[in-house]
Design a protein around this ligand. Sequence first.
Ligand SMILES: [Fe+2]
Length: 314
Amino acid sequence: MASFPVISLEKINGEERAAVLAQIKDACENWGFFELVNHGIAPEFMDKVEKLTKEHYRKCMEQRFNEMVASKGLEAVQSEIDDLDWESTFFLRHLPISNISEIPDLDQEYREVMREFAAKLEVLAEELLDLLCENLGLEKGYLKKAFCGSKGPTFGTKVSNYPPCPKPDLIKGLRAHTDAGGIILLFQDDKVSGLQLLKDGEWVDVPPMRHSIVINIGDQLEVITNGRYKSVMHRVIAQTDGTRMSLASFYNPGSDAVIYPAPALVEKDGCQQLYPKFVFEDYMKLYAGVKFQAKEPRFEAFKNTATLGQIATA
Ligand SMILES: [Fe+2]
């Protein structure tokens, strides 16, 4: 099997642009995932984000997590738990309106660093969307515009820590799913692994790599590209040693954005429109109840809105 794609953005604006674009195209078509290095966010800054995130976990989240484990008796489980993830999380929203100042327990320095980190990731996400446009033969800015809706895109970061788990065979760090949104940028722990993606029926490790950013494709890009790019199932295996940090930032459509396959891609090869048209918010409402199930019934449900109620309540 080909090895997991690691792509350097260093030469994207030089003579090797075509080669880098080809690597991105291959990764989007065949993996739905790739790891970016030399992406322009300074290693020292990433170290600061990591240090403050880990400090915040130890100070404010760890005890709460241990109490949850104790209250549910999770340390003594004997059979597989399929309705819970072994993770400690909170969510920061950046766009359309930041909620960082409202999140309790964050000290001022951490708040400011996360604001700055989000601003850098937003720039990177939009740069990537334009590289995808170039590869797809769509006009520059097409994907960003498709995500806009009336208030611009939605952008947020799920801050997660996966503490050591005594029974990783019985409780997943995070159960298998595809991401609902657009493009996802992940800053993951470089020492404690655990993220895996499903490729050709096998679980493949996403290798931890210092200062890299892992990119993956969400369901909305699968729809807009009419299936040229696919969102891919992934999961987190809890580890018995070490706490894994994961900062996953979701660059998603605005809630009222109307999502549908780009007409230029449908027309191009005379192929059929394979995906439905829907409002992103409606997709998210459906996703909330069926996140850990296959994505295909979600797309199908919007092709025939009469069945939407059935899948949402199944
Ligand atoms: Fe995910």
